[in-house]
Write a protein that binds this ligand. Sequence first.
Ligand SMILES: C[S@@+](CC[C@H](N)C(=O)[O-])C[C@H]1O[C@@H](n2cnc3c(N)ncnc32)[C@H](O)[C@@H]1O
Length: 394
Amino acid sequence: MKHLLDQGYGGKLKLIYIDPPFFTKASYDAVLKVGGENIKHPAYDDKWQRGLYWYLRELTARLIIMKELLADDGLIWLHLDWHAVHYAKIIMDEIFGESRFVNEIIWTYKSGGSSKKRFARKHDNILVYSKTGTYDLQPLEEKSYNRQFKPYRFKGVKEYKDDVGWYTMVNMKDVWTIDMVGRTSAERTGYATQKPELLIERIVDCCTSEGDICADFFCGSGTLPAVAARRGRRFIGCDVGSLAVESTVARLSNQKSGFRVFGTQAGHEAGVSASLEAEFKIDYDDILSSDKRLLKIELLSAREKRLSSAIDEKSKDTIRKSAKADPLAVVEAWSVDYDYDGQVHRPTAVFLRNRGRIESACEKIVDGRDRVVHIKVVDIMGNVTYYEGGKQNG
Ligand SMILES: C[S@@+](CC[C@H](N)C(=O)[O-])C[C@H]1O[C@@H](n2cnc3c(N)ncnc32)[C@H](O)[C@@H]1O
């Protein structure tokens, strides 16, 4: 966010939506597929050894910068639940001003457990604030069923009928009933705490127009970037976890949205070293009566050098077994920059695992001069390894 401010993005973001850790004191997994089987991998922690005060301190520091980035006519949506939302409301009042409060959206759903000791906790809270009090918000509409589902026939009131009965369209209320992303849902990425696209679509639709910039600084599996891109909005997504970043990249690539990835240390999470050992075949064929050459690259194999101690034994076994059966089983994606400038990986060929399969070779006609081929390989756990001319780099 500091970088965005330095780049002149202050006051440019029309929508900021954040869904940060909720102070649940739990750890979250992602369910990943390898060789057709599911394994569990840690995605992120919501544990705060120093307690609520430190959680709120971290959140507050970030909200203050977000206010600077928010457009004068923009809205910020802070998604939390009962664990911290009441403290956050007071903080938002302090940062944005009590009078800038717009809504508290209650998102209610059915999934999850319950307890005999209390009523089932089945909602999240989304606090909505404006920066200046003047903002764009197009209230959406929803169905309101008539009493006994019969027509009223009031003058000037439009009524409609569906399988349930007669209804009118009214301004949408602040309680939204939307199912969580189900186990079998097509939009499911496997990332724990992934939010439904329908929820994010409502948010994007009601307060932004095509071309506006939408940002999510805790983007997880990339729900906001994916929705914003499909709706013709510009977007910024950001996350500390490499699994989150790679999930977002895969999601945007699958829906063929354009984007660029910026990272500290060429996409590495600080302190996480490469763990993948990949083997390539890189060949040049001369092209008759031309000074051009055919550059051919094949990804032969990729092996995990060590598996994180955070992965359970059963999942480790599944990974090892799959890797034996298929030398590319742990590769989630790979990409090639045919002419590396020594600084930024700018791939022109990108391959993603799709329905369990991944391309293993590519070729390109290139001119005769010397060049450095730069290859990025992402494993199923989101670990990124770079290879320069076939050798590991960083
Ligand atoms: C509740 S999840 C977001 C899920 C997301 N809305 C989705 O639909 O997939 C919270 C995310 O915040 C990220 N996170 C935690 N601390 C962070 C920080 N300081 N900066 C950026 N991201 C952070 C976690 O890695 C996690 O992906």
